[in-house]
Ligand binder design. Structure first.
Ligand code: FAD
Length: 475
């Protein structure tokens, strides 16, 4: 059986779903293929990265792009944004200077002000003058003596709750509290899936693996590509490759050369004893890939915490980054990593790496050493186009006519990529100008109750505690 659509999208990660939703809003006929049983089911994300403050080594320009793109995405998916701030610190042993981060924060405040001047609804990170606050040692000593607040409202209340737990003698001062928020990928996936299910324009095909693509452009038919799955062939005029770290497989199928890295990483789920007040995300900077890489503690509900440790024994892996070859656009991991990617983690590996992660954070938060394994790791692979492993902002490329390839690195770039693809589709005459947005705003029509229920189901179905699908600061 053959089925015709204007646009065919391969991959229902954050990039594919945002492209499909935007196309739906313009009434453009689309089919989206996702091999898993639900969308946004690939590598996790838990930080919005609104300002790139978790990366001391990236350029100011990348930080500005991350801020702008994060705000755009947070406006689309407000129910997935966890509005708790982030504590940022530099251990005394590390090379980074606090002044370096402070200068960048000042630049970001100015840029945030211009974004708000362009559109007041961009003010989703609070007032710009409160985007960040510095605390010197004397401030910390005073705050450490103040009572804990169950649900903090001010920067000082958040800092007070955090600093009681942290051995701040190990840290350079000042330390920073910044409005870098959490991002819940179960909730984003739930909102996107519900919206796509209610779209008349998008045919969402979950549990559907694309096995091959045939380029029929030379035949001058009314379609340009034939997308093959196990049971069907789908004819489309325009092809979008948003298959994440598997992007090279589609390029191979089209005989296109492209250069990319893919990186495997994992974050760990732990459970701690109840503490009396909410805490911000905690960041202890360090040089990535060394035994003293960054330590990150991300709070969730019900005493669950996610941990990243940017060392090869925790989040990163030996040979965890691999590169494409001249005649093969799809890099391949060694077999142990491939096994982990296909969910074959041994219990021993889960325990060893999660316990390494707990001990790593415990250096700075001594009482956290009592935490235990709280669930399976959150892991996955992501692509980085080209050969620079430090790149954090990816984009879209149009390697040939009627073909777009999404190359996002951070989830926040998804909307920019979707908008660029729509422009190209119009430019290449696939749909007629001018595009008109349909009156129903698909994403806005989805209720919080429905997102809560489906996000919880996603978490449980994928083997994680339901608490991971909830926001610390409920809206
Ligand atoms: C451990 C870890 C932590 C991360 N944390 C963050 C974070 O905090 N913030 C952030 O912004 N980013 C984070 N990232 C990066 C983020 O996960 C990626 O940027 C994002 O998921 C990429 O989205 P995507 O849609 O391009 O690809 P993916 O999410 O990989 O989606 C691709 C989809 O295509 C499907 N697919 C592939 N091939 C086929 C086929 N042949 N047929 C049908 N379907 C197919 C896959 O099943 C998948 O669902 C993290 C990544 C990792 C690994």
């Amino acid at each position: 059986m053959t089925i015709n659509h204007d646009i065919g999208i391969i991959g229902g990660g954050v990039s594919g779903v945002v492209i499909a939703l935007k196309l739906s809003e313009y009434g453009i006929d689309t089919i989206l293929f996702e091999k898993e049983e639900s969308v946004v089911n690939g590598p996790p994300f838990c930080h919005l990265h609104a300002g790139g403050n978790l990366y001391p080594d990236i350029s100011d320009e990348q930080c500005r792009i991350l801020l702008k793109q994060s705000i755009e995405m947070a406006r689309l998916f407000p129910q997935s944004i966890d509005e708790r701030p982030t504590f940022i610190s530099i251990p005394k042993t590390e090379k980074y200077a606090v002044s370096q981060i402070e200068n960048r924060l000042d630049m970001l405040v100015d840029y945030y002000k211009t974004l708000i001047a362009e559109d007041p609804e961009n003010e989703i990170l609070g007032a710009p003058e409160h985007y960040y606050k510095l605390y010197n040692k004397a401030d910390l000593q005073i705050l450490a003596e103040q009572p804990t607040t169950a649900v903090p409202n001010t920067a000082d209340e958040w800092m007070c709750n955090a600093i009681k737990l942290i051995d701040y003698n190990l840290l350079k001062t000042p330390v920073i509290l910044v409005q870098e928020y959490g991002w819940n990928f179960f909730r984003l996936g739930a909102q996107a899936q519900l919206a796509l299910n209610s779209s008349k324009e998008c045919n969402l095909k979950t549990n559907t693996f694309v096995t091959d693509i045939k380029d029929v452009r030379p035949k001058k038919l009314d379609h340009n590509w034939e997308i093959h799955t196990k049971d069907n062939i789908y004819k489309v005029k325009y092809l979008v490759n948003s298959s994440g770290f598997k992007t090279g497989e589609i390029d191979n199928s089209l005989h296109l050369k492209s250069e990319r890295l893919i990186e495997f990483k994992a974050a760990y789920v732990s459970k701690w004893q109840p503490i009396s007040g909410l805490i911000p995300e905690l960041i202890f900077h360090g040089e990535r890939g060394t035994p003293h890489g960054m330590a990150q503690l991300t709070p969730y509900r019900d005493d669950y915490y996610q941990i990243h440790g940017m060392t090869n024994d925790i989040t990163l892996f030996n040979d965890g980054i691999v590169q494409s070859k001249t005649n093969d656009a799809q890099p391949e991991f060694r077999s142990e990593i491939e096994q982990k990617l296909s969910r074959a983690w041994t219990q021993k590996d889960i325990e060893t790496r999660t316990n390494n992660a707990i001990a790593f954070v415990g250096k700075f938060v001594p009482s956290f050493k009592s935490a235990t394994v709280g669930g399976p790791p959150l892991y996955g692979a992501q692509q980085i186009f080209g050969d620079d492993p430090n790149l954090r902002v990816g984009e879209v490329r149009f390697p040939s006519k009627f073909y777009a390839r999404s190359e996002i690195i951070k989830a926040s770039s998804a909307l920019t990529v979707a908008n660029q693809i729509i422009e190209k589709i119009v430019e290449e005459g696939i749909v007629e100008k001018p595009l008109k947005e349909l009156p129903t705003a698909l994403l806005k029509s989805i209720s919080k109750t429905d997102i809560d229920a489906l996000a919880g189901k996603f978490a449980v179905d994928r083997g994680y505690p339901e608490a991971l699908s909830k926001l610390v600061i409920d809206k």
